[in-house]
Design a protein around this ligand. Structure first.
Ligand code: ADP
Ligand code: ASP
Ligand code: MG
Length: 461
């Protein structure tokens, strides 16, 4: 079996879905489990609907639901023109959108939106896309079985960012998928959507369909996990902000995980973990260029040393903690980190000096309680104007001169923090948010454009 995940742009419209279906058709011999995201931008629209619900703005919510419904109905009519199942598919879309309208109406009346309700709203995008694509696959001659991902992917009751229960997922997925394959050529399920142990809908966090795919792959012991997206593979930097990026043909699990964790949007940060557990190769491929080579993400010993990529996190928090009490007092760090752990705030970079600890963390986390508790015994400064840049590659710690050379490409901006060494694959810098994009371009230019990437290790020495 193989898992094929198609992201939002790969299922955005008629053309994209037709292309996606023909990619799946080419793999029927390998029993494809197809995992789909919501149509491009639909999850953003659902977030707007949930914002309206939270604000009690029923008119705003209804207008957005109208837009959601007509986009999906138009698409179903296009894809299923002439098929006997068109009316049935459209009735399902109607029902999904109208039950969403009733639910949102109730939330508006209540005047309160819990995470539990929000996850229900946000999850409708994948439900709609998988419904339409399943009909389209069947209409185009691929006997396809529809699976509700909530029967397979079980998470904690952190509704908006569920933590998967690996044991339960490993037990459920093979059971459900093997049963489904008894009478069909392919199965389709939703990315992103999961359920708590009690059966309530949860989601895996933004971009979580990649994670769904690798969880399904792990549970099935799949031959490969394919992440089909809108770029030719994992690249030397985000092509949206850096010109002249190159495709990377092979990288290690560790490098890919580090890139994703340190900002590369091409993969959800947790995608690699389940694949590593079973040593399943992950391929990142372009649905608009299916014959392209893509990127293979493989076991560490199959990958060469050297710099692979520059990633960035634009939205971070830099926390500076000052306390003269930490001088010569053992247990101070433990006290600080127990507060982060208690509030489930995860930290990216850390550096300490005599009376100061600097830490960076993802900017979307709520750190009010952490700051309040730290302030009881230390002076705390929260800086929201910084961004983080990471240079990633296997054993780059051995590339003598890399730090010096990278710093020289950052000569026009202030560097507030540097972290190297926690892993041998990552050197990170904190810079002003306003100069981040230019700095990423400069570092990339130095590492990959001015000289030959292939011989980067020799040149840096
Ligand atoms: P999907 O909807 O298919 O999941 P995403 O938008 O989540 O697609 O991820 C693909 C995008 O990731 C690309 O269009 C690209 O802009 C961005 N990206 C960021 N860093 C990288 C990188 N190093 N290599 C490739 N793409 C990257
Ligand atoms: N649709 C979800 C999102 O936009 C999940 C995904 O696309 O991976 O975040
Ligand atoms: Mg994505």
């Amino acid at each position: 079996m193989i898992v094929m995940k198609f992201g939002g742009t790969s299922v955005a419209n008629y053309e994209a879905i037709t292309r996606t279906i023909s990619i799946v058709r080419g793999k029927l011999g390998q029993k494809p489990v197809v995992v789909v995201s919501a149509l491009s931008k639909v999850t953003d629209l659902l977030y707007r609907i949930s914002d309206c619900a939270a604000a009690g703005d029923a008119a705003g919510a209804n207008a957005n639901i109208d837009a959601l419904k007509s986009r999906h109905l138009d698409l179903a009519n296009e894809l299923l023109a002439g098929a006997g199942t068109c009316a049935e598919a459209c009735a399902k879309i109607e029902e999904i959108c109208e039950s969403l309208r009733r639910f949102v109406g109730a939330v508006c009346a209540l005047g309160e939106l819990t995470d539990r309700s929000k996850a229900k709203i946000i999850s409708r995008g994948e439900w709609l896309s998988s419904t339409i694509i399943c009909y389209a696959m069947n209409a185009m001659g691929i006997a396809t079985h529809f699976i509700d991902a909530r029967r397979m992917i079980v998470t904690s009751d952190n509704y908006m960012k569920g933590e998967p229960d690996m044991a339960e997922i490993s037990r459920r997925v093979p059971e459900v998928v093997n049963e489904a394959f008894k009478d069909c050529d392919a199965v389709i399920t939703q990315g992103f959507i999961a359920s708590t142990a009690k059966g309530e809908t949860s989601v895996l966090g933004r971009g979580g369909s990649d994670y769904s795919a690798s969880l399904v792959g792990m549970a099935l012991d799949a031959g490969r996990i394919e992440i089909w997206t809108d770029v030719d593979g994992v690249r030397t930097a985000d092509p949206r902000i850096v010109p002249n990026t190159r495709n990377i043909s092979r990288i290690s699990f560790e490098e890919a995980a580090e890139m994703a964790h340190f900002g590369a949007k091409v993969l959800h940060p947790m995608t690699i973990e389940p694949a590593v557990m079973k040593n399943i190769p992950v391929y990142v491929l372009n649905s608009m260029n299916p014959d392209g080579e893509g990127t293979a993400i493989l076991r560490d010993d199959q990958i060469e040393d050297g710099v692979k990529s520059v990633s960035y996190k634009e939205n971070i928090l830099l926390l500076n903690i000052f306390s003269t009490r930490m001088i010569n007092v053992s247990g101070f760090l433990q006290k600080v980190f127990s507060i982060f752990s208690e509030h489930k705030v995860s930290v990216d970079l850390i550096s300490t000096s005599e009376a100061n600890i600097s830490l960076t963390m993802d900017g979307n986390q709520d750190i009010d309680d952490v700051v309040r508790e730290l302030s009881a015994f230390a002076e705390v400064d929260v800086d929201r104007d910084k961004s983080q840049i990471s240079v990633i590659g296997k054993n780059i710690v051995n590339l003598r001169g890399l730090l010096k050379q990278t710093m020289s490409s950052l000569k026009d901006c202030n560097v507030y923090m540097i972290s190297q060494g926690a892993s041998f694959v990552n050197i990170s810098f904190v810079v002003d948010r306003s100069s981040m994009k230019e700095a990423v371009r400069e570092v990339h230019k130095y590492l990959f454009e001015d000289k030959d990437y292939e011989s980067s290790d020799q040149r840096i020495r």
